[in-house]
Design a protein around this ligand. Structure first.
Ligand SMILES: CC(C)(COP(=O)(O)OP(=O)(O)OC[C@H]1O[C@@H](n2cnc3c(N)ncnc32)[C@H](O)[C@@H]1OP(=O)(O)O)[C@@H](O)C(=O)NCCC(=O)NCCS
Length: 181
């Protein structure tokens, strides 16, 4: 069933929930993204200003082929990171995932891996995708390890970026999706 983004329910995963990014989150997510350790992992690695970040969000929030999520810790509702799925192609049943950024105080606690698993479960089931892909700097071993452990495999390289994909939901660890799209 197709519903609009505002009526979308949270996507529930193991100890985490994914809710849509809102304007109120932007100063916090900008702080996560502008940390040196985070921004160097993105192709556009310059520090961003809040005004630019708001313009970026305005351009994204109503897209029907992209969803930007805040990852919340289910125990206390705290925002622990950001994930996204975009370039959703309903004809080819494919989409790209990315914009993975952990809140510094929550890094290394498994939230981001569980967020990616929940996002994929939702995308395969509710968006009816059969291929999810991403790109990551070949030097970003921390992220690559998460992607591999979530079932992504290498299918190419573009300059410094590795291209990874997951083509079916088979053999994926259990995930639950409760959103209407
Ligand atoms: C990549 C990122 C989102 C991961 O967040 P996180 O909170 O560490 O993720 P998790 O805690 O869910 O997963 C950590 C996993 O990485 C592994 N890991 C942690 N540090 C590592 C390191 N230095 N090298 C390799 N693997 C590492 C852990 O062992 C764990 O794997 P496991 O579950 O198999 O044990 C976070 O580090 C981040 O925001 N990085 C900067 C932005 C970025 O690189 N985004 C991805 C761009 S493609």
């Amino acid at each position: 069933m197709i519903t609009t983004k505002p009526s979308m329910q949270a996507i529930l995963g193991d100890g985490i929930a994914l809710r849509l990014l809102t304007e109120h989150d932007l100063s916090r997510t900008l702080g996560w993204r502008n940390r040196d350790a985070a921004r160097i992992q993105f192709k556009h690695s310059e520090k961003l200003m809040l005004a630019d970040h708001k313009v970026w969000f305005e351009g994204k929030k109503n897209l029907t082929d992209a969803y930007y999520f805040i990852v919340e810790n289910k125990d206390d509702g705290q925002a622990v990171g950001q994930v996204a799925i975009y370039n959703i192609n309903r004809t080819n049943q494919s989409a790209e995932v990315g914009t993975f950024i952990a809140a510094p105080e929550a890094e290394g606690r498994g939230f981001m891996k569980r967020a990616l698993l929940a996002l994929m479960a939702w995308a395969f089931k509710d968006l009816k995708l059969n291929r999810i892909y991403l790109e990551v700097f070949a030097t970003n071993l921390r992220a690559i390890r998460i992607y591999e452990s979530c079932g992504f495999s290498l299918y190419g390289q573009a300059g410094e970026m590795l291209l990874m994909q997951k083509t079916t939901e088979l053999n994926m660890p259990e995930g639950r999706a409760s959103a209407n799209v």
